[in-house]
Ligand binder design. Structure first.
Ligand SMILES: [Zn+2]
Length: 166
């Protein structure tokens, strides 16, 4: 378990016991690098996250899809892959810690917007312009599809005006 304060990967478990309702194990840890103490919880994951779309259908949360949409928004932008990785990890952690295994697609969209805004303004504007259309009518799947389409069109040279059919 990496230390959240200094990033050191060596931590010692000083104490390990069940929580009061016995639903989790609570571990007190000591970082051997900086001496910080922190607590971790081991819990059962009953089911993976589910995304509830606007039309009411539910699909399993797909980390790869989330990452792909972010990579598309960040295409050709000067952002290090490690930063993108951290961004995606952070988002997944936030989604997982919302306390509900079912999450509205719109919540994911908002989270992506916030994440992109913090990392790159151009990517944020790209994403936000497509997201606005999504809010009006489409579900998240279509949203991601339309997003790749829009951004590819945007970055493509405007040579072929009539290549609209797909
Ligand atoms: Zn530390």
């Amino acid at each position: 378990m990496r230390c959240p304060f200094c990033g050191n990967e060596e931590t010692q478990v000083k104490d390990s016991r069940p929580t009061e309702d016995k639903s989790a194990i609570r571990r007190r840890r000591l970082c051997t690098g900086c001496g910080a103490r922190f607590t971790t919880f081991e819990r059962v994951q009953l089911r993976a996250l589910t995304i509830k779309k606007r039309n009411g259908r539910r699909v399993p949360f797909d980390r790869d899809k989330l990452e792909r949409s972010i990579l598309i928004a960040l295409r050709k932008r000067p952002v290090a892959p490690e930063r993108i990785d951290r961004l995606v990890n952070g988002m997944v952690r936030q989604l997982e810690s919302m306390g509900d295994s079912e999450i509205e697609a719109e919540t994911v969209g908002k989270l992506v917007m916030e994440g992109l805004e913090s990392i790159d303004q151009v990517a944020y504007v790209r994403f936000a312009s497509v997201y606005k259309n999504f809010r009006e009518a489409k579900d998240f799947e279509e949203f991601l599809d339309s997003m790749s389409g829009d951004i590819e069109n945007e970055t493509k040279d405007k040579a072929d005006d009539e290549a609209k059919d797909d």
